[in-house]
Design a protein around this ligand. Structure first.
Ligand code: TA6
Length: 281
C-alpha cells in the first residue's frame, strides 16, 4: 500500500505507512511527529495523551516529538527548539513503507536561529521493528552546532512496573539537580515518581520490560550520544494541561538525544542520528 496522506483534527494532516508484514505507522506533518506504531504482531507501542491538543502550532503530547536545535530549556530558544510545532513537507519516499519529511530554514526559523539547515525525518516500520532517522544538513556557509532528540513516548501498561536495563554504570545528569553528575548504580532502573535524566555517552541499546502488559522491547540508537529517560510522575503530570492526571502511568519516554556535547556540522555536511525499536517476542 502506498504512503497515504490523511486529514486529522483541526486541519492537521498525517502520513500513514505500512509494510508488507502489516506493521503500520502514522506521522503528522506538523513536527514530523510519529504518533503511532503498531508492529506486525502486537498492539500500539506509542503513547498519545487523550488530552493532547491537536492544534496547529501546539505540541502534540506523546509520539516522537523532534527536538532541534535546543534540548528542553537549556538555551535561549523555545523549549525543545523550533521544529516540533511547524509543518514539515512530505517527500517522495523511495519505498511505500517509509515516510520521509523535510524542513528547511525559513524566515521564521531565521528570526530565532540564524542558520541555514535542512532537517529530514524518515520513519520506517518493518515487522517487529521501527526505525526513525533524523538528519541535519548544513546548507549555509558557516558551521553551526545544535542539540537534538527523538523524544519518544512509549506506551506502557504501568510505568511503575516497567524495568529498564542496560544503563548500569552510565554517567547521568538529573534535571532536578543539573550541576552534578552521578553514575547509575542500579542494574534495573524503575520509575517511582518524577524521573528526568540525561544518560551521557549511553550504551547503544537498552531494554524495557513492561511487566504489566507484559511485553519487552529494545531501544537502540546510532549517531546520538546520550539517552534521556523521562516520566513526569503524578505531581508534574497533574500540572500538564495537555495530559490526563493518571496518564503518566501509561507512558515512558526513552529518547535518543544529543544534549551534553552539541553536534557540529560544517557547511555542506550532514549529521545523522537514529532510534530503532524492536519488540522482543
Ligand atoms: O525530555 C524530558 C523533558 O525535557 C522534560 O524535562 C519534560 O519537560 C519533557 O521533556 C516534556 O517537555 P514538554 O515541553 O513537551 O512539556
Amino acid at each position: 500500500m502506498p504512503v497515504e496522506t490523511v486529514s486529522a483534527a483541526n486541519g492537521l494532516r498525517k502520513l500513514k505507512v505500512s509494510d508488507s508484514s502489516g506493521s503500520t505507522a502514522e506521522v503528522y506533518l506538523q513536527g514530523a511527529q510519529l504518533t503511532s506504531w503498531i508492529p506486525a504482531r502486537g498492539s500500539e507501542m506509542i503513547f498519545l495523551s487523550k488530552a493532547s491538543l491537536y492544534r496547529p502550532g501546539a505540541a502534540i503530547r506523546g509520539g516522537t516529538p523532534v527536538v532541534f536545535p535546543q534540548f528542553a530549556d537549556l538555551g535561549p530558544l523555545p523549549k525543545h527548539g523550533i521544529v516540533r510545532t511547524v509543518d514539515w513537507e512530505s517527500q517522495e519516499p523511495s519505498s511505500a513503507s517509509r515516510a520521509a519529511l523535510a524542513l528547511k530554514a525559513n524566515d521564521e526559523s531565521r528570526k530565532v536561529w540564524p542558520h541555514e539547515f535542512r532537517a529530514s525525518i524518515v520513519v520506517e516500520p518493518a515487522g517487529q521493528t521501527l526505525t526513525v532517522r533524523l538528519s541535519i544538513e548544513n546548507t549555509g556557509k558557516a558551521p553551526f552546532s545544535f542539540a537534538a532528540a527523538l523524544h519518544t513516548y512509549f506506551r506502557v501498561a504501568d510505568c511503575e512496573q516497567a524495568r529498564i536495563t542496560g544503563l548500569s554504570g552510565t554517567k547521568y545528569r538529573d534535571r532536578g539537580n543539573w550541576s552534578s553528575t552521578w553514575v547509575e548504580d542500579r542494574p534495573v532502573l524503575t520509575i517511582s515518581g518524577e524521573l528526568d535524566r540525561v544518560y551521557i555517552d549511553s550504551p547503544r541499546a537498552i531494554v524495557v520490560s513492561d511487566e504489566a502488559m507484559p511485553r519487552k522491547f529494545q531501544v537502540s540508537q546510532e549517531g546520538f550520544s546520550d539517552t534521556v529517560v523521562w516520566n513526569p510522575g503524578a505531581e508534574l503530570a497533574a500540572k500538564l494541561t495537555d495530559m490526563q492526571p493518571h496518564e503518566y502511568r501509561e507512558m515512558l519516554c526513552i529518547e535518543a538525544a544529543q544534549v551534553m556535547q552539541p553536534a557540529m556540522v560544517q557547511p555542506g555536511k550532514r549529521w545523522e542520528g537514529s532510534q530503532r525499536v524492536e519488540v522482543i517476542d
